[in-house]
Design a protein around this ligand. Sequence first.
Ligand code: ATP
Ligand code: MG
Length: 377
Amino acid sequence: MKERRRRTQDSRRVTRLESTNARLKSSNKDLLSLSQRSILRLAAVVLDSNDAVIICDLKDRITAWNRGARKMYGFAEAEALGMSIRKIMPASKLLMARELVRVSAKQGRKAAPIEAQRRTKQGRVVDVLLTVTVLRDEDGRAVEVATTERDITALKEADRELRRLHARVILAQETERKRLARELHDGVGQILSGVKFRLQALPGQMKLGAVAEAKLVKVGGFLDHAIAEIRRVSQNLMPSELVDLGLEAALHALCREFKERSGVRVTIRTASTDASPEVGLALFRIAQEALNNIGKHSKAKKVVIELFEEGKDVLLSVSDDGIGFSRASGPLTGRGRGLGLGNMRQRAESAGGSLDFRSKPGAGTALTVRAPKAGPR
Ligand SMILES: Nc1ncnc2c1ncn2[C@@H]1O[C@H](COP(=O)(O)OP(=O)(O)OP(=O)(O)O)[C@@H](O)[C@H]1O
Ligand SMILES: [Mg+2]
């Protein structure tokens, strides 16, 4: 009796287990078919993508090539598979799979797209943005590299065109400043000097009373002031030191004038550089705007300006101990912002260099420009 009951219980248990097993199998099947479906959908998206998607092994042989790659680079899938990835790279810009694995490991989770160049079957060079995925085996070893490649040639060309335009605007501005500086100095300045000369000669030419002579001295004082002002404005427009003696001398003169005008303490350290006149002018204009900003906004007590060389580059830094500003309240937001900071960056870029700008409320402002001495390549 007992034995029969036990067997019945066992057989019920088996039935339950079998039914659970069957349910598990069926849901596994569902899961499997679902993931296969999504994998297939994803694969279709990758295949049809307008971006090129390429997979390469670590010997740089292409192992997968989608339609986007065919459209962008002109090789059919049958031609591309097994081909070396070098075939779509300009000779001077080789970027092999192992290099991509290295870059990707270095970037870690923060992987950012990489700018690169490709060469099409017809030999046209294309600018691309690469998103890199390293494919690994179960042991975590890199075996292949997948890249999603977006054609940014038009974007880069627009960017280059914009830079050319900026450079032209800057050139036109400088030509106009030169002309104005000359006209002011040689025109109005000379006329005022002539008037002053004649005025000084008057007491010898006619008899003047004491009152008239005192008035004459006063007018002479105004004239002196006007002549000095014309000289200062024309000097600001195109400093003669920069043209005649170079960047170092011009920076020293600029600092002298700034010290007198603002009362701020200025320390200047310069090394002689052989920066091209174009680069010298760009650095001078940046220093000029930086000092203008310090005078207008910073409430600084001390400014340090340094000019030095590092290899083929020339560097200029300007820092102050003033009130600083934050990005939220500062120049990068809001309407009615000034032009100075943008102009400084454009100047640096037109000279083939870059500008690093740092400021913190209460902790002063510092900028550094680095540019190749020889100017833009
Ligand atoms: N050295 C500095 N110290 C404190 N604030 C600064 C300094 N330099 C710039 N700023 C802040 O950044 C803003 C933008 O500077 P920017 O030179 O672009 O414009 P601006 O000087 O106001 O006007 P513009 O240069 O067109 O005459 C300034 O209005 C100021 O708030
Ligand atoms: Mg300014």
